[in-house]
Design a protein around this ligand. Structure first.
Ligand code: MSP
Length: 517
């Protein structure tokens, strides 16, 4: 089957300063869920993630540990690979900014910007926030501190190459006004518009006081050695990761459909600097930049330096992977901040997963064992009004889930799917096959149970992007031996595809209840 079209999704590339925490895992999981769902929809997906390995922040972290920066990067990147394996994250590629393939694209890009007349040599004198790797003017500071993370800033005065970002103010504003989907959610788009309207200054894009970065060609024959500003370097990963220079057909296929997922802390780099850079070299702008909110813990943004970071390895060890993959996307509407707490985690898992979904599966399969000799019943030919209503709901939920997933509205998509699960539980309750069996209404027992199993088959398909292992377990319990990960919604979602006579298994509880402390 030929794919409907392509879908390119990226995460920010993470600094290799320390172990990844749940905040980093959150963006990567969101991208993975979107990528898996679009694959299910038949799209040709490219999902890119990676690490940001240059710059002062990484250099200082390496110094602290007494390591060369490359050695630190080589060590820390392993944690990100291990995390992706643990979380069952399925990227098509993982880009590191210290790779040669990335350096080549950066240099080619930089040359284009220079040839366009958008790079000049000047002197930089302003404030620098190290944790954010960002420059600020005096007036942007809030009480003398970084306006983004409220930490101390340092005065920098050095020779620097500048990028004529101001040249692109008008074109960027026009793009922002014309394309409502370019920056999401809407509130973030408005913030970006206000920022651009307040005027764009040229951007300092090189540093002479550090040497950990990609060397800038000596464009203006200066005595000083310049390395590229870490953000200018890092943003280009979205091009090098799909082989911009060497594979133009692949690049074109994916670039036009790019969705960048970012935390709201780094929206300005993506929605202002990056588009201006692309406009300078004449490349199309990404289709969508989606800024999500922060995971807070103890009511503060989770971060490495605040020591409120939750270790994803420990969380998965404690609760299992699929409840973790489910929780963050059901509990927190994508785009808003959300507090992590064990209490809400346990509540969600017990009520949505163990009670609603887990029970539907265990009751349905148990009754098939009791009343249908453990085999999937015949595909019903006639339906009562109540049966029809459930069938109709399943159809509606499939369409709605797709619509919400296209908009990255994960929580709404899950609510839709849970409508179907809860209605099916209610249906089972109303039909009471245990009573029908006593009354020897075999045909009705079979029909009712077939409808529940078929609903579960569809539910598993729809939840597979969120909970790949549990969804496969549902299919296996229904006797379906196909690999759910490689199915297509278009062919699998029409009602009535569960064959008759499969061997149903009860198995262990899909989601064991977590004891409340
Ligand atoms: N290296 C830059 C990004 C360059 S992209 C061209 C960077 N790296 S980072 O390691 O600091 O990762 C930042 C990203 O991690 C955020 O944008 C967000 O996606 C994620 N998060 C970090 N802490 C987070 C929370 N507490 N909550 C949600 N997401 C968080 O910035």
């Amino acid at each position: 089957m030929t794919p409907a079209s392509s879908f390119y999704i990226t995460t920010p590339i993470y600094y290799v300063t320390g172990k990844p925490h749940i905040g980093n895992a959150y963006t990567t999981l969101a991208a993975d869920i979107a990528a898996r769902f679009q694959r299910l929809c038949g799209q040709d997906v490219f999902f890119l993630t990676g690490t940001d390995e240059h710059g002062q922040k990484v250099l200082e972290a390496a110094k602290k540990q007494g390591l060369p920066p490359q050695a630190l990067a080589d060590e820390v990147v392993q944690n990100f690979h291990a995390l992706n394996r643990l979380l069952q994250v399925t990227p098509n590629d993982f880009i590191r900014t210290t790779e040669e393939r990335h350096r080549q694209v950066v240099l080619a890009f930089l040359q284009k910007v220079y040839d366009r007349g958008d790079i000049y040599l000047g002197e930089y004198e302003d404030w620098y926030c190290l944790p954010c790797e960002a420059f600020y003017t005096q007036t942007q500071l809030i009480h003398g501190k970084c306006p983004s993370c409220q930490r101390d800033v340092q005065k920098l005065k050095e020779e620097s190459y500048f990028f004529r970002m101001s040249n692109y103010e008008k074109a960027l504003l026009e793009h922002l006004h014309r394309h409502a989907e370019f920056v999401q959610p809407e509130t973030r788009r408005n913030e970006v518009i206000r920022f651009v309207e307040s005027g764009l200054k040229d951007l300092s894009i090189s540093r002479t006081t550090i040497d950990w970065g990609i060397p800038v060609p000596n464009f203006e024959k200066t005595q000083k050695k310049h390395v590229l500003y870490v953000w200018f370097d890092a943003l280009i990963n979205y091009l090098s990761g799909i082989d911009y220079l060497k594979n133009p057909s692949q690049f074109e296929l994916y670039w036009n459909t790019a969705t960048h997922l970012v935390g709201k802390d780094i929206l300005r780099f993506h929605a202002v600097y990056w588009p201006c850079m692309l406009l300078s070299v004449g490349l199309p702008l990404p289709k969508r930049i989606f800024a999500h909110g922060w995971i807070t813990h103890g009511s503060q943004k989770m971060s490495k330096s605040r020591e409120n970071a939750l270790d994803p390895f420990a969380l998965v060890e404690k609760y299992g992977l699929d409840p973790v993959r489910y929780y963050f996307f059901k509990e927190i509407p994508f785009g808003l901040d959300g507090e992590f707490s064990d209490t809400t985690f346990i509540h969600r898992t017990n009520s949505d997963l163990a009670n609603d979904l887990g029970n539907l599966l265990s009751r349905s399969t148990q009754m098939v064992l009791n009343y249908c000799e453990g085999k999937t019943p015949a595909i019903p030919q006639n339906f009562s009004e109540e049966d029809e209503a459930l069938k109709h709901l399943a159809h509606h939920v499939i369409t709605e889930t797709q619509r919400h997933m296209d908009q990255l509205a994960f929580s709404k998509a899950l609510s839709e799917i849970w409508k179907l699960i809860r209605t099916c539980n209610q249906y089972l309750e109303n039909k009471a096959p245990w009573k029908l069996a006593k009354e020897h209404k075999k045909e009705e027992v079979d029909r009712t149970l077939y409808i529940c199993l078929e609903t579960l088959r569809i539910v598993a398909l729809l939840t597979s992007a969120f909970m790949p292992t549990s969804s496969q377990k549902i299919w296996n319990a229904l006797g379906i031996s196909k690999n759910i990960e490689i199915q297509r919604l278009e062919s699998e979602s029409p009602w009535g595809q569960l064959p008759q006579g499969l061997t149903v298994q009860k198995g262990e509880a899909l989601f064991p209840r977590i004891a409340t402390p």
